[in-house]
Every structure is written in structure tokens, then in C-alpha cells.
Design a binder for this molecule. Structure first.
Ligand SMILES: [Zn+2]
Length: 210
């Protein structure tokens, strides 16, 4: 089933133009791996950008951008299962190629029982890139966002005051959103998030710190 929650058109256009922050780009590409609709929207955006009728000279595009985009939105190859130490992560095969080498990373705890996260390497990014795991039925503490956060559900689902997100769904949260998400009761929830603002996220850091 295709996801129900998608990035806004402006985000997809920024992606097509190669202007997304690297962490945001990985989260968006995770969604594209699930979402046939958005893959088509990105292809359309890329085609518009290189259409000479649009009065945008093709030579203004970064070299290789279109071929790079098209290769990413095609079906992804099937890689080996991702491992983290002795653990095999139950992540959908469609996102394995998008994640870095996980075995050398260290899980970090939190004040919230049933919650853990990995900080993923994200060179040249202004945002933190996190892989988060919440056991089924567990809650995050209530929190707000001090910058833009983009998240994509990889497995399971989350529910909060604003609705339900399931595998493949994409969500962008701005600074005015305060919520208390809970993993759905039947399956552990895994998500990937890019969080803008770094150490200014004092509300988040208070429970991200070991
Ligand atoms: Zn989509």
C-alpha cells in the first residue's frame, strides 16, 4: 500500500534541484523508496527543470544531477541485511542501501523506557540524523521542536494527538508543534529523523543523553 503522508511539493522540488540538506535528503529518499507517487512527482519536477520550454538553461544544473536523480528513484537493489553489532535490524529492504555502516555505531539510551536511538553519520549536514527505535506501545515524553524535524516511519507506526503514521509515511514538524507520540501496540516502531538545530534542542537532549 502506498504511504498516506507525503512531503510538500516545495521539498520535492528542492530535492530535484539538489538543494536539500544531506540529512533531510536521506529522510526524503527513504520515503521515495516506499512511495511510487512521490517518485513520479520527483521525476516530473526533474523533467520540468530540464525542459527548455521552461526557460531554464540545462547547463545551469549541477553536472550529473538528472542522471543521479533518476538512478535514485528507480527500484533499489537488494543488499545484504543491515547489522548493528550482533543484531539484525528489522528494517525494510528498500531503505538498506540508504543507511550507512551501522555495526560501528553505539545505541544511546534515554529517560524514556523502551526507547533508544543511533546518531547516524551525516557529513556536511546542518541537521542531526537519527535512527530511532520505540518498542510497541511505548510513549515518547511530550515534547516540542526547536527547529524543523523531518521523520519517516520505517516499520510499525506512531500515534499522537494529530493522527497516525505508518510505514512509509513522512512527517515534517515545525517549532509550533507539541505532541506526545506513542508506538502502535502491535509492532515496534522504527523511524529515521533529521533534526535541525543540533545542541539547541535542549528539550530533546534531556532524554537523548545517556
Ligand atoms: Zn509520497
Amino acid at each position: 500500500m502506498n504511504p498516506a503522508h507525503h512531503p510538500e511539493e516545495a521539498r520535492l522540488m528542492s530535492y530535484a534541484l539538489g538543494r536539500l540538506d544531506p540529512s533531510f535528503r536521506l529522510v526524503l529518499e527513504s520515503h521515495l523508496a516506499f512511495c511510487e507517487v512521490c517518485r513520479a512527482r520527483v521525476s516530473e519536477s526533474a523533467a520540468q527543470v530540464v525542459d527548455p520550454v521552461q526557460d531554464v538553461p540545462p547547463q545551469s544544473l549541477p553536472e550529473g544531477l538528472l542522471s543521479s536523480l533518476l538512478s535514485k528513484v528507480r527500484a533499489l537493489p537488494a543488499p545484504a541485511a543491515p547489522h548493528c553489532g550482533r543484531e539484525t535490524l528489522p528494517l525494510p529492504a528498500s531503505v538498506w542501501p540508504l543507511l550507512p555502516e551501522l555495526a560501528s555505531l553505539r545505541w544511546q539510551g534515554a529517560l524514556s523506557p523502551g526507547f533508544r536511538f543511533l546518531r547516524l553519520p551525516s557529513p556536511h549536514s546542518n541537521a542531526e540524523l537519527l535512527l530511532l527505535h520505540l518498542r510497541k506501545g511505548c510513549r515518547f515524553p511530550k515534547h516540542g521542536h526547536l527547529g524543523v524535524e523531518q521523520s519517516m516511519i520505517l516499520c510499525g507506526g506512531l500515534q499522537d494527538e494529530f493522527g497516525t503514521l505508518e510505514a512509509g509515511d513522512y512527517e515534517e514538524s515545525s517549532t509550533d508543534k507539541v505532541h506526545r507520540p506513542m508506538a502502535l501496540p502491535d509492532e515496534d516502531c522504527w523511524l529515521i529523523s533529521s533534526v535541525e538545530g543540533g545542541v539547541r534542542f535542549s528539550g530533546w537532549r534531556s532524554w537523548f543523553q545517556v
